[in-house]
Design a protein. Structure first.
Length: 170
């Protein structure tokens, strides 16, 4: 039996989404800012890579879309199976955090490529899972899916150009 979701529970979940999205965005921006300043400017970037300033914006859009889709599900359903919709939401944020950490902080573009592959699969699966709850939430989830496809292309291009780890030679 699925329990009815009260308005106060919905507000708690919205606060949870807000806090987790802000934390993911903050740390992602932190990794990107430091990585760009320390090494990214000094290496060749393939033509598919976005300008440095767009990485933070792209991941912020990713976090907003992931959170908006989850909130849409929460607001639309009379009852919610919280784990069914929360696990994809949280897993998307965790993998995004790990990608930014690996790519920018550690310069491990090979690990970033390894992380982005499950991200692509997860974001696609999120669309399918959310389609059961709310078709609009599923459509919102296409934004993170497209972003992860693009970041997979960026990761592949960086691995192709620099190998598994970016080395800076002075």
């Amino acid at each position: 039996m699925v329990k009815k979701t009260s308005d106060s529970m919905k507000l708690i979940v919205i606060a949870y989404v807000f806090v987790t999205s802000i934390l993911a965005t903050y740390y992602t921006k932190y990794f990107i800012t430091n990585g760009v300043a320390e090494w990214y400017h000094f290496v060749y970037q393939p033509s598919v890579t976005p300008p440095d300033s767009l990485y933070s914006i792209i991941w912020m859009i990713y976090n907003i879309a992931v959170g908006a889709a989850f909130i849409k599900i929460i607001l639309e359903l009379d009852s919610i199976e919280f784990p069914k919709y929360n696990y994809p939401y949280l897993a998307n944020l965790i993998l995004e955090f790990l990608w930014s950490y690996s790519f920018f902080w550690c310069r491990q573009v090979g690990w970033a490529m390894f992380i982005v592959i499950p991200m692509v699969i997860l974001t696609f699966k999120t669309i399918i899972i959310y389609k059961d709850g709310d078709p609009i939430a599923a459509k919102i989830s296409y934004v993170p899916f497209i972003i992860t496809l693009y970041m997979a292309l960026v990761s592949l291009a960086m691995v192709n150009e620099h190998g598994l780890k970016v080395e800076i030679y002075q």
